[in-house]
Design a protein around this ligand. Structure first.
Ligand SMILES: Cc1cc2nc3c(=O)[nH]c(=O)nc-3n(C[C@H](O)[C@H](O)[C@H](O)COP(=O)(O)OP(=O)(O)OC[C@H]3O[C@@H](n4cnc5c(N)ncnc54)[C@H](O)[C@@H]3O)c2cc1C
Length: 390
């Protein structure tokens, strides 16, 4: 494993999380999924060991680290076969946004719980009629009365929002009424799970994962004034402070899953013998596994670069690197899983070996939170200066 961008503390963290992952691992995850349950035990233990809040400020019970550390945690749990998707949203997006832009009261209310695992927060930006085009989101917040204490009324719909059933609240991206036309001026609101008018319908996904996705209906949801996180006029920069961690963490999710699948395939290829030598001796099997390994390692390098830039406070520089890392890791994950399944022949499709179910799971890293094509668009326009077609 490349350690060029990692300190001794990072390597120790990797080893410690890997040890926790081993105690839970794929069998644990498979049982949780089969029972339609949740990863509560793993979540609680990871939190107790300080892993979930490793990026949050120390004064609020966190570890005082950043995305470099949090991405290590998710990658290693994934490499053990038990990735925690909600880490992408709860500590990474919501924790970061509240830590950076929340009021003292909001920080006190949420950060210690997000760090010790007793509180979880989901994140909702995607809308049915906006999809990849967040500028089109129509979830609208209007003031509920006048004066500084006036609350908010939220109306709109969201789709594919993960974990709303287990989250204590969802951080909803909306826009204020006077900002409905023109460029997106996003505002972030904390909506408690049981708020009146906040409905959810589970989406039937073909995904082998414990986290469920939901359509959300916000039907005149009344919220207090302090439901708004940050400045109503801060706009995109504030949102990107949360979206860059989301991309870095999705890269970690993809790299972890890719490593898990590759590990299973290598183990199988070393021992499965149908001719004179194990199948791993055939270059047609070995080389694609070798390229999968290279692609995962390269993705990690870009993820580490993105995490470093982000943790150093360079939001703009981190934007390009985080997108590239998410792209590279998503592609590396999809290819590693595909090759792993193929390496096992018929066994690649059996329940016993548990790899086929990763085919759909790995596609999440290509589609969400921003699709492969939208990252290629971003790089075409922002990095290369090419004109836009849309
Ligand atoms: C398992 C899972 C969990 C998720 N969790 C969350 C969550 O917790 N919170 C949340 O808010 N969202 C979540 N999402 C939503 C996810 O972020 C969106 O699915 C993603 O942003 C793509 O949006 P869309 O599905 O509407 O696709 P669309 O925007 O409809 O795109 C469909 C296809 O068209 C392509 N496309 C669109 N525009 C262009 C263009 N200009 N040029 C080229 N190609 C284009 C896309 O790349 C894609 O392949 C989740 C999704 C999944 C699958």
């Amino acid at each position: 494993m490349s350690t060029v961008l990692e300190t001794e503390e990072h390597q120790a963290l990797r080893a410690a999380v890997a040890a926790l992952g081993k105690r839970y691992g794929r069998d644990y995850m498979t049982t949780v999924i089969r029972d339609g349950s949740h990863t509560h035990e793993l979540w609680a233990e990871a939190a107790k060991l300080g892993y979930l809040g490793v990026n949050l400020p120390e004064e609020y019970g966190g570890g005082g680290g950043g995305m470099a550390e949090l991405s290590i945690v998710l990658e290693e749990l994934g490499a053990a076969g038990s990735p925690l998707l909600m880490m992408i949203v709860s500590p990474a997006i919501c924790g970061t946004v509240i830590a950076r832009f929340g009021t003292d009261e909001q920080k006190q209310r949420w950060l210690p719980g997000l760090a010790d695992g007793t509180l979880t927060m989901a994140f909702g930006i995607t809308e049915p009629d906006a999809g990849s085009n967040s500028h089109r989101i129509t979830t609208t917040a209007r003031r509920d009365g006048t004066g500084p204490d006036a609350g908010w009324v939220l109306t709109g719909r969201k789709v594919f929002v993960s974990g709303v059933d287990i989250a204590d609240a969802t951080l909803i991206v909306g826009r204020t009424e006077d900002a409905r036309s023109g460029k997106l001026k996003p505002c972030l609101f904390i909506v408690p799970r049981d708020a009146e008018g906040f409905g959810r319908n589970r989406i039937d996904m073909e995904l082998h994962a414990p986290e469920k996705q939901f359509e959300l209906v916000l039907d005149d949801v009344r919220l207090p004034a302090d439901a708004l996180v940050g400045d109503e006029d801060a706009g995109l920069l504030q949102l990107f402070a949360g979206l860059n961690p989301e991309r870095i963490m999705t890269a970690a999710f993809g790299i972890g899953m890719g490593r898990f699948a590759l590990g299973r395939a290598v183990e199988y290829a070393r021992t499965r013998q149908v001719w004179k030598a194990p199948i791993g001796a055939h270059q047609a099997i070995a080389h694609p596994l070798a390229t999968a390994h290279i692609d995962l390692e390269l993705s990690r390098l870009m993820m580490q670069k993105a995490a470093r830039l982000y943790d150093d406070g360079d939001d703009i520089g981190a934007g390009e690197a985080a997108n590239m890392a998410k792209y590279a890791a998503g592609e590396a994950c999809v290819k590693a899983v595909d090759q792993a399944v193929h390496t096992l022949g018929g066994n690649g499709l059996t329940r016993e070996y548990g790899l086929a179910s990763l085919i759909t799971a790995s596609r999440v890293a290509r589609i969400a939170p921003v699709s492969r094509e939208m990252i290629l668009n971003y790089v075409s326009h922002q990095s290369l200066g090419l004109p836009k077609s849309y």
